[in-house]
Design a binder for this molecule. Sequence first.
Ligand code: ADP
Ligand code: MG
Length: 140
Amino acid sequence: MSLQKTLSIIKPDAVARNLIGSIDSRFEQAGLRIVAMRRIKMTKEQAQAFYEVHKDKAFYDSLCDYMSSGPVVVQVLSGENAVLKNREIMGATNPANAEIGTIRRDFGESIEHNAVHGSDSEENALQEISFFFNQLDIVE
Ligand code: ADP
Ligand code: MG
């Protein structure tokens, strides 16, 4: 077990449906602590930079349009094994395949509009956190 931080994004579909509190309560109930958070609207260029790892995928352009289509909440979650724990709470990428009780199963609309983003490794978490936050923004 190790204390980790991970990046979470509440995506435009979930913010539009007023689900910020419902989603954050899932994190808190699971023992994750929100140690930084900000509501922003990304430009398409910012979304493209954030998702650069997917630039060769067929869904990249649509994903970047979507992620810059409305406000999102970017946040840093802290806790024991936060990276994997967050991925478990989120559920599978496609809400139709996500386990019952996960955020994506309960709140996701489609494989693209799937309510939340979460870092997939500790290394990527550090990189994704620094994309949106500096050290002074993160208060443990
Ligand atoms: P995850 O968010 O579970 O880590 P990926 O990193 O593979 O999933 O994909 C990033 C995001 O791109 C997904 O959360 C989803 O919004 C979108 N996405 C993934 N696969 C598809 C797809 N086949 N069609 C449309 N959008 C997709
Ligand atoms: Mg991913």
